[in-house]
Design a protein around this ligand. Structure first.
Ligand code: NAD
Length: 794
């Protein structure tokens, strides 16, 4: 037996297994198969069963049936039937159920931790100290939101029936992230757990029964992707919330395009972990342990691209190798283990194939060198040195305990490497220089930033990404919006799509050229621009043709996007500055109010009184958004002690705006103003029927100090141009006010870079009504929340 002195030197522990007797008993009692939970009842599984495997020893611990169309129909029907009563309950009544769920989770913490470990392979240390406490915290936090909903979210109501699909890496935690906010906001749900890890969801359903949750409020249907797609595509589901891979996220975006379902996507990542040479290197090394080897690296926000400043790189990699060799890998029920089993042999093969690819591409693998357990799907943790940004292992999510490393010389180089990714979920930044760390935090393209920390989660902090990491947020005040819709107003008339004919041939003979070119131009990059194709179209007014507008094409849209991309400085100027320019714009518009009113009357036949009222309201809206430019700001969230957690609304960057024909001046400005007030640069497709207003507008822009490229105005056939905008990867968000059939078209066209698309479903909006045409909702939609965790306090 080793002496205490020897133990202190080797730090060798004996085994410390957590008992799984209770869980085994529970598993025995479910030997008939894991049931769906529909309308408050456990539905005996039917049809062929698949095995649920404990990945740590390959044993079969349960069996599972695949949910069918009938199961999904029954679950959606139950959720719909339960919705009216559940949503009508006072918030404090809903809160009682959520509190009760939280308490029951806490009471069963040990049981749930062991069950999760056996189902997923993750270590008991993590399930016991992280996953399950966070599940309870999520329900407590959202019980509070249920209580406060009416007073904190005036003008909003629940969406309805939510179809939710989750992955296997944090089975119960992802379920909590989905169900808690949905229920708090008054929705009912049909959720599909991952087929590899269905067990804690079954235990959760039992908690729902124990707390007396009304039947149909929570429904669980098990199965694979096919069952998932029956839920996401179901006609009677109003909102889809998905966490999983980017590839499946795209499929779902396509599947439900044009259906009017609200959508949030939490997808993959390949997050940077930047170490500056002034970082506390030992702390950063422990950071890597948490960033990459936590949960076997099966973490969407894992900081797997280690970007280290050259001066300390060698030292850092040496320390990292030494720390890697000290990791303890083995039986995840053993409390002394750092790394457990990856979720399945299939996942292990995938990881190994990517590791092989990394070596083939010339990187050097530094791997944990001891012997892995004989049984189970264990993967030796590792990191690569000598990788290039374009290597497969730097571009592809490995979803295993493998990091890649790169080096940099200057902070700007670090950011260039960090932002060289299709994803944008999270970033970890390590530096003892607060200015440097915060500056990097502001510039890195990620939805979550941890300064001198990594993988911090809390129900009070929004979680979610940019670009191919999806859109929408989970947790905190911001996350609740995913489960609410504005109550305002009735739907207007459906809009129609009208094709356009070019009215002037681009190839006129010399003698045929009109004496003066009266075609209204477009406005791109601060300059008046003719249509690339040289064509125009007739603009019809109340008494026939009132002029010609440029018939823009794809090339014009691309030029405008390029100009908007170059105008990035606008996002960097102070909000005060933006406000001043919008005030100036309002003043200049008011000087031309009569011209605008006359053009409006000529264009759409509105009376002088109505046209003047529209111009007046447009000017007031300019003032309103100018006032909001420096007032619509973020928050400091109360999360864990020792942290200040900032929720910063950030501009998307380049936004596409497709304007409707109704109240054409007011609607166009109601869309442009919130977008640019928040720091976006807009590429605007003006009203197809009333494009001459756009040419009048650029004359105002030219005199109002709006920098070149911030507002670009294109005229032409709305939906041809909208398609190009929706497909363009440089456009981060799109607001589309066109016809119903083309809502589907733009949503489908947006899947390339998974841009956030906001439409009004193809129905006219009452832009004159401030509750529909103006407000914080527009500002919220013009931004996305970046959560920045800063260490603070003792
Ligand atoms: P996956 O996309 O294969 O599956 C996720 C879920 O979707 C599963 O329940 C699956 O059955 C279901 N599914 C599969 N095809 C479907 C379809 N066509 N329609 C509807 N549902 C379908 O992902 P995975 O392998 O289970 O999980 C790993 C992925 O999840 C990684 O990419 C990871 O980054 C991501 N993830 C993201 C977050 C986040 O918050 N951003 C959190 C955890 C995991």
């Amino acid at each position: 037996m080793p002496s205490i002195k020897e133990i202190m030197e080797t730090m060798e522990y004996g085994p410390a297994p957590e008992s799984n007797t209770d869980v085994k008993r529970w598993l025995d009692s479910h030997s008939g198969g894991i049931s769906h939970f529909i309308n408050g009842k456990f539905v005996a599984p039917t049809g062929p069963m698949t095995d649920v495997i404990n990945p740590a020893d390959d044993s079969v611990i349960a069996t599972l049936a695949k949910g069918t169309q009938d199961d999904v129909d029954a679950a959606v029907k139950a959720a719909r039937a339960a919705f009216s009563k559940w949503s009508a309950l006072p918030g404090y009544e809903r809160a009682k159920y959520l509190y009760a769920i939280a308490r029951h989770v806490q009471k069963r913490e040990r049981f749930l931790s062991v069950l999760e470990t056996m189902d997923n392979g993750k270590t008991i240390r993590e399930t016991r100290d992280i996953d399950i406490p966070l599940v309870a915290r999520h329900f407590y936090h959202h019980a509070g939101w249920a209580e406060l909903l009416e007073s904190e979210y005036p003008g909003f109501q629940p969406v309805g029936v939510c179809g939710q699909v989750i992955p296997w890496n944090f089975p119960l935690l992802m379920l909590a992230w989905k169900i808690a906010p949905a229920l708090a906001a008054g929705n009912t749900v049909v959720l599909k757990p991952a087929d590899l890890t269905p067990l804690t969801a079954q235990a959760f359903a039992e908690i729902c029964v124990d707390v007396g949750l009304p039947a149909g409020v929570v429904n669980l249907v098990h199965g694979d992707g096919e069952t998932g797609s029956l839920i996401t595509g179901h006609d009677d589901v109003d909102k889809v919330a998905f966490t999983g891979s980017t590839a499946v996220g795209r499929m779902i975006r396509k599947q439900i395009a044009g259906s009017g379902k609200k959508l949030s996507l939490e997808l993959g990542g390949k997050s940077p972990f930047i170490v500056f040479e002034d970082a506390d290197l030992d702390a950063a090394i422990e950071g890597v342990v948490d960033a990459v080897w936590f949960n076997q690296g099966e973490v969407c926000c894992a900081g797997t691209r280690l970007i280290v400043q050259e001066g300390v790189a060698e030292q850092f990699f040496g320390k990292l190798d030494a720390r890697l060799q000290k990791l303890r890998i083995g039986d995840p029920l053993d409390k002394t283990m750092d790394v457990g089993a990856v979720v399945s042999h299939t996942q292990l093969k995938r990881i190994n194939a990517l590791v092989k690819k990394g070596e083939e591409e010339g990187a050097v693998l530094h791997q944990w060198a001891a012997e892995l357990p004989k049984k189970g799907s264990f993967c030796a943790p590792a990191f690569f040195t000598g990788t290039e940004p374009a290597h497969t292992v730097n571009e592809t999510e490995i979803f295993g305990p493998i990091a890649c490393t790169m080096t940099f010389r200057t902070p700007s180089e670090a950011l260039e490497i960090a932002n060289h990714s299709r994803y944008g979920l999270s970033a970890s930044i390590w530096s003892q220089n607060i200015d440097r760390a915060i500056e990097a935090g502001a510039k890195v393209k990620a939805g979550i930033v941890w300064i001198n920390a990594t993988n911090l989660f809390d129900a009070g902090a929004a979680f979610g990404g940019y670009r191919e990491s999806g859109f929408g947020r989970e947790g905190a005040r911001e996350g609740l919006h995913e489960y609410l819709v504005a109550t305002s107003g009735k739907k207007g008339k459906p809009r129609s799509a009208t094709p356009l004919e070019a009215s002037v041939s681009p190839n006129l003979g010399k003698g045929e050229l009109p004496e003066i070119d009266i075609t209204a131009k477009m406005y791109i990059g601060g300059k008046q621009a003719r249509a690339d194709g040289g064509q125009s179209y007739n603009v019809m007014g109340k008494s026939g043709v009132i002029g010609q507008a440029a018939l823009g094409n794809r090339k014009d849209v691309r030029n405008a996007v390029e100009a908007a991309a170059k105008a990035g400085g606008w996002s960097g100027v102070t909000a005060h500055n933006r406000a001043q320019i919008l005030y100036y714009l309002a003043e200049n518009m008011s000087q031309r109010r009569d011209e605008f009113a006359a053009l409006l009357s000529a264009s759409n036949g509105s009376s002088t009184k109505a046209a003047t009222a529209e111009v007046e309201q447009t000017i007031r809206r300019c003032f309103w958004y100018a006032a909001q430019a420096d007032k619509f700001d973020g928050a400091v969230h109360a999360t864990k002690s020792k942290h200040v957690t900032l929720a910063m609304p950030e501009a998307w960057g380049v936004m596409g705006i497709v304007c409707p024909d109704e109240v054409p001046l007011l609607s166009m400005m109601s869309l442009i103003l919130p977008s640019v007030a928040m720091g976006n640069r807009a590429v605007v497709i003006a009203s197809q029927a009333h494009p001459l207003l756009a040419s009048r507008l650029y004359q105002v822009l030219e005199t109002s100090d709006v920098p070149a490229g911030v507002i670009n105005l294109i005229t032409g056939e709305r939906d041809v141009l909208a398609k190009t905008l929706a497909e363009h990867d440089e456009v981060a968000a799109l607001w589309y006010c066109g016809s119903n059939e083309n809502v589907k078209m733009v949503e489908e066209a947006s899947i390339g870079n998974l841009k956030a698309v906001w439409t009004d479903g193809g129905f006219e909006r009452d832009w004159r009504d401030d509750s529909q045409g103006q407000g914080r909702e527009f500002l919220r939609r013009a931004t996305q929340i970046k959560t920045i965790w800063l260490p603070y306090g003792e």
